[in-house]
Design a protein around this ligand. Sequence first.
Ligand code: PLP
Length: 228
Amino acid sequence: MNREETLLENVQKVQAALCASCRKAGRRPEEVTLLAVTKYAQDAEVLFLLRQGLIKHVGESRVQQALLRWTRPDFAAFPTVKHLIGHLQHNKAAKAARFFDFIDSLDDFSTACLVDKHIQPGRQVRGLVQIKLTSRDTQSGLPLGQARELAKQLRSLSRLKVCGYMAIAPQGADPHELKAFFEPIKKAFDEDFSPKEERYLSLGMSEDFTVAVEAGSTLPRIGSKLFA
Ligand SMILES: *Cc1c(COP(=O)(O)O)cnc(C)c1O
């Protein structure tokens, strides 16, 4: 198989697994949006999947790297929805506000306010508050209670529209442990964001997205399973 055939097969496998998880959980596949994480992918690989019309929501970890790639004319020609999934530093807030459609990693009130301030008039940026699931200091995000508090505080912003939660599960957790991590987040999500409004719950990466979708994720973030 050549590289393009491999990429096509990867996408098909991921989509089939997403559908199977939806079926298992009694959910409709349309409720789930694939967020393709492109941070490790080569330009040619990403362009190939864009040309095939197979990816629309794309995620990058770093502001500067995302700008370099997605402002190039060959990338900018595609109508993508761009997500920042990595930690947002205060000094990158203005740049991020002007470029991304979604900031999925909000965990700080003053940075979020700075983003809101720099979004161009007439434009809206969606924001998710990141929940921290481990006590490791290196992970960004907030413990669930504080994350819910921040989501409530940010409701007053108008250009940055907070509409859900994001979380990264600990590596190596088994499906049973993963369910235990995801369940309280899904419960908080349902209490804090009504199904009648636009809302997103971003749980699951390459290694755990099937469990995450069964637990209610609407926006799994998948990198290595697509670009392996
Ligand atoms: C890199 C990254 C992903 C994708 O991880 P894979 O295991 O390659 O699917 C998802 N979410 C975040 C926040 C990431 O930084």
